[in-house]
Design a protein around this ligand. Structure first.
Ligand SMILES: NC(=O)c1ccc[n+]([C@@H]2O[C@H](COP(=O)([O-])OP(=O)(O)OC[C@H]3O[C@@H](n4cnc5c(N)ncnc54)[C@H](OP(=O)(O)O)[C@@H]3O)[C@@H](O)[C@H]2O)c1
Length: 307
């Protein structure tokens, strides 16, 4: 566990966190609220009301719209370390390229990128976009750290909502590796606090437990003392859910998602179903298991009282 003796002062490094209203970003805010370490944290949000909310809670906040590079210089002024989180869209390519260029101009030293859990020669487009961004960061001259999270446990209650005690997976009965967003946030905050002298040039792999959909359902059922079922589906059903809008998702990302389900099933992305757990190496505490995550997220997983 970290132990910070030094006080934060006006010479402490400034960390800029982007995506603070998202699944991982809001947990990074929690991490820094709990332990700011020896850094000064600045939060970016794209809407003025989000910035005002952060400021009202006593935080340093700036407006930054990843689709509007004219907002970058002000947000990056004086910043030493950046967490440039992007959403589920092909726009991440232009957003990341322009942000990295601006970071170079602003004198940023360290960039910590949240990418994906991929082999170097992966062909699924969404994974490719993240790899292209990583290579661009490495070529920028900035110091870098790459995080490689596997499938978010949070996807079990958002993209495939648990409805009437059932959820769906679209990679048939294949096993995938899972990671809790809280673990990603803990790793990100630790790396951002400790900086490039400790974490520069490092890659951290975040796939902490492997389970198929039915195995997840069995773990959740035991943890919550109620029957939770997994509906095992495939790529065609995923496409149909996108077409009938029961899953809403940007079109390029949707195509990549369908490709992911195909490759997870046919074995080209078989490595998705492996454990590589760097959480404890970075944070000093064990990663969160599916069972623990289910207990912590009981309310979002179940709408009616336990059986
Ligand atoms: N889900 C998975 O299983 C998984 C696995 C591996 C990697 N990933 C990667 O994780 C990332 C997504 O993380 P997440 O789930 O935390 O994302 P998320 O919940 O969708 O949040 C995205 C954040 O980015 C902000 N944002 C979006 N567009 C913006 C813009 N133009 N300007 C400024 N901010 C903008 C959003 O702000 P608003 O509130 O204003 O929209 C939000 O705060 C993606 O890069 C994805 O590839 C996901």
């Amino acid at each position: 566990m970290e132990n910070h003796d030094a006080e934060v002062d006006s010479t402490s490094p400034i960390v800029l966190v982007i995506g603070t209203t998202g699944q991982v970003g809001k947990l990074i805010v929690d991490e820094f609220d709990r332990d700011p370490g020896n850094v000064r944290v600045r939060y970016a949000a794209r809407k003025p009301e989000q910035v005002n909310e952060l400021r009202a809670a006593g935080r340093d906040a700036v407006r930054l719209d990843l689709d509007d590079p004219s907002t970058f210089a002000h947000a990056l002024y004086g910043v030493d370390r950046v967490y440039p989180l992007t959403g589920y869209t092909v726009a991440m390519l232009a957003q990341s390229k322009t942000l990295v260029d601006a970071a170079v101009k602003a004198g940023v030293r360290h960039i910590v990128h949240q990418g994906v859990f991929a082999n170097w020669d992966v062909t699924d487009p969404h994974f490719v976009w993240h790899q292209v961004i990583e290579r661009y960061i490495e070529g920028s001259g900035l110091e870098w750290t790459h995080l490689h999270p596997n499938v978010f446990m949070e996807g079990l209650s958002s993209m495939t909502p648990v409805d009437d005690s059932a959820f769906s997976v679209y990679w048939d009965d294949r096993r995938v590796g899972w990671i809790a967003a809280r673990d990603i946030a803990a790793v990100a905050a630790t790396v951002l606090r400790q900086g490039p002298s400790r974490h520069g040039g490092k890659e951290y792999w975040l796939s902490t437990e492997v389970a198929s959909g039915p195995e997840v359902a069995a773990i959740f059922s035991a943890a919550l003392n109620r029957k939770i079922r997994c509906d095992v589906r495939g790529p065609e059903e995923f496409k149909a859910s996108i077409a009938d809008r029961s899953i809403t998702i940007e079109s390029w990302y949707a195509d990549a998602g369908v490709e992911f389900t195909r490759q997870a099933i046919d074995g080209r992305m078989g490595y998705i179903g492996t454990v590589r757990d760097d959480v404890e190496f970075v944070t000093g505490r064990p990663s969160i298991s599916l069972r623990q995550w289910a207990v912590e997220n009981r309310d979002r997983l179940t709408s009616s009282p336990s059986a």
